[in-house]
Every structure is written in C-alpha cells, then in structure tokens.
Design a protein around this ligand. Structure first.
Ligand code: AMP
Length: 119
C-alpha cells in the first residue's frame, strides 16, 4: 500500500490544515489530539512519509528514528508528566485500529489511565 499523500496528518505537515502545535524540529511534529481521550493526549508524528510504526521502524534511517524518539522524549519532558507516568500507544494497521495512515505515537497522561485494554 503506497503512502496516502492526502491523509490528514500529511495535510497538517504541509500546513494545509491547522493543528494545536506543541513543538517540532526537522524530525518530528507534536500536537494535541483533536478528540482527547485523557487530560493530556498528544500526538507525535515523524516529518517523513511513513504509513505506520512498522513502516517507520523498517524503512526510516537511524537519524530519523533517533531524532523522532529523542523528540518524543522532549515532548514528554515539556508536558510535565515524566514523574507521574504516562502511556505511549501506536495503533498499527487494521487489527491495531489505526485510523490515520501516517505513523503517530499517542502520549496519554494526566490521570491514572486504568487497564491497557478492555475485554
Ligand atoms: P489512530 O486511531 O491511532 O490512527 O489515531 C488517530 C488520532 O488522530 C485520533 O485520536 C484522532 O482523534 C486524531 N485526529 C484526527 N484528526 C485530527 C486532527 N485534525 N488534529 C488532531 N488530531 C486528529
């Protein structure tokens, strides 16, 4: 499956639609989720065109991977949730329930989040 150039996060990266930006650099962009599932719900996406976590981990360069995850750590730091704890989620593909086909990691926090999955 080729990368969809017009997915919603591609449009955010191109500046065609707005987002509530937290920060970015050459490797990543972090912004608030439009439908937060917790008091803190932030998305971190790579600047490169990768469909999913698996696509990113298989194809991105070591610099892109390192830059992305270092960026994610900076975002966590800036959200002041490092000590209380938080959850990272990356839904991948059909069974993972991924809706937007541009790799993203959800950062969820601000309260005790409960069990990882409902039955
Ligand atoms: P996923 O199901 O893992 O693909 O998650 C996609 C996430 O993107 C959902 O939590 C949506 O609420 C979020 N989302 C969709 N459109 C936007 C948007 N324009 N700005 C911010 N978040 C969005």
């Amino acid at each position: 499956m080729p990368y969809d150039q017009n997915n919603i996060f591609a449009k955010i990266l191109k500046g065609e639609i707005p987002c509530k930006k937290i920060n970015d650099d050459e490797y990543y962009l972090a912004f608030h989720d439009i439908q937060p599932k917790a008091p803190i719900h932030v998305l971190v996406i790579p600047k490169g065109k990768y469909i999913s976590a698996q696509d990113f981990h298989e194809k991105a360069s070591p610099e892109e991977i390192s830059g992305f995850y270092k960026g994610l750590a900076k975002v966590v730091e800036s959200l002041n949730i490092k000590n209380d704890g938080f959850r990272l989620i990356s839904n991948c593909g059909l069974n993972g329930g991924q809706e937007v086909p541009h790799f993203h990691v959800h950062i969820l926090g601000g309260k005790k989040l409960g069990p990882m999955l409902k039955d």
